[in-house]
Design a protein around this ligand. Structure first.
Ligand code: HEC
Ligand code: HEC
Length: 215
């Protein structure tokens, strides 16, 4: 009898451990998310590695940021016809589950820059900003290694495709999030200070970034 009771207790304890291990701190269930990404994989890849550089990779991206962006697409605050359609049927829990799944995948591998000559300019702007042009250091929010910060909603940028980053930074120069959104003004204010050459240099730098700087 005692042995049976112990066996039942052990089963119960291990079942609750499994449950605890598969829910992220933000409520997403990666195992459930994995079953929801078939439709997304055509563009973002089953493991979150984008199938072409025009699409963002989602591997290693933070659940908080993925949920935030899916809500923005669904509400039309971030304008993209494909992602408007893709987000319509997702509930908040679906967004968390999918976000937790992608967040658990290894980040996109860094790729060589098509224009190596501007890497130094990109590194300089990313790490130090440019006070005379009122450009803050990107690293202050996105981290020295480009991993971002899940609790603050700052996305991972490291290893992201330069083609996507150029398109996105150019789009961020136009404010689109509604006033009152907690992050409405942050990136448009930064992005408007950047020239096209700055944007290209930053994108090339970020695409090949995969290790924390050595100093
Ligand atoms: C037909 C291609 C396609 C499919 C399928 C697709 N997406 Fe996207 N997704 C895109 C494009 C293009 C963008 C970039 C939109 C932009 O530039 O604003 C994007 C952007 C995103 C972003 C924002 C990423 C970032 O770094 O800001 C998220 C999150 C996302 N998609 C999630 C999903 C999910 C979840 C699904 C499945 C339910 C999905 N997508 C299906 C093409 C697609
Ligand atoms: C004060 C904090 C802060 C600083 C400084 C900052 N960012 Fe951001 N960044 C954010 C936030 C918050 C978002 C999410 C914006 C949104 O939801 O629209 C973001 C989003 C982005 C994105 C979109 C990522 C994606 O996957 O679509 C890019 C690219 C980016 N930042 C690049 C930069 C660069 C380059 C710099 C420096 C020139 C910079 N950021 C400086 C906070 C910051």
């Amino acid at each position: 009898m005692a042995v049976r009771l112990i066996a039942v207790f052990v089963l119960w304890a291990s079942a609750s451990l499994v449950t605890a291990a598969t829910v992220s701190p933000w409520g997403g269930r990666p195992d459930v998310g994995k079953t929801r990404v078939a439709v997304c994989s055509a563009c973002h890849g089953l493991d979150g590695q984008a199938t072409t550089p025009i699409y963002p990779s989602l591997a290693g991206q933070h659940e908080t940021y993925i949920v935030d962006q899916l809500k923005n697409f669904k509400l039309g605050h971030r304008v993209n016809p494909i992602m408007l359609a893709m987000s319509q049927t997702l509930s908040d829990q679906d967004m968390h589950d999918i976000g937790a799944y992608y967040a658990a995948q290894p980040p996109h591998a860094a790729a060589a820059s098509p224009l190596p000559s501007d890497l130094a300019a990109g590194a300089q702007l990313y790490r130090g900003g440019d006070r005379s042009r009122r450009i803050p250091a990107c690293a202050a929010c996105h981290g020295p290694d480009g991993r971002g910060n899940p609790a603050s909603g700052f996305p991972l940028l490291q290893g992201q495709s330069a083609v996507y980053l150029v398109a996105r930074l150019s789009a961020l120069q136009q404010a689109r999030l509604p006033p009152g959104h907690p992050r409405a003004d942050i990136m448009p204010t930064v992005a408007r200070q950047l020239t096209a050459a700055d944007i290209q240099a930053l994108a090339d730098y970020l695409q090949q970034l995969d290790e924390p700087p050595s100093h």
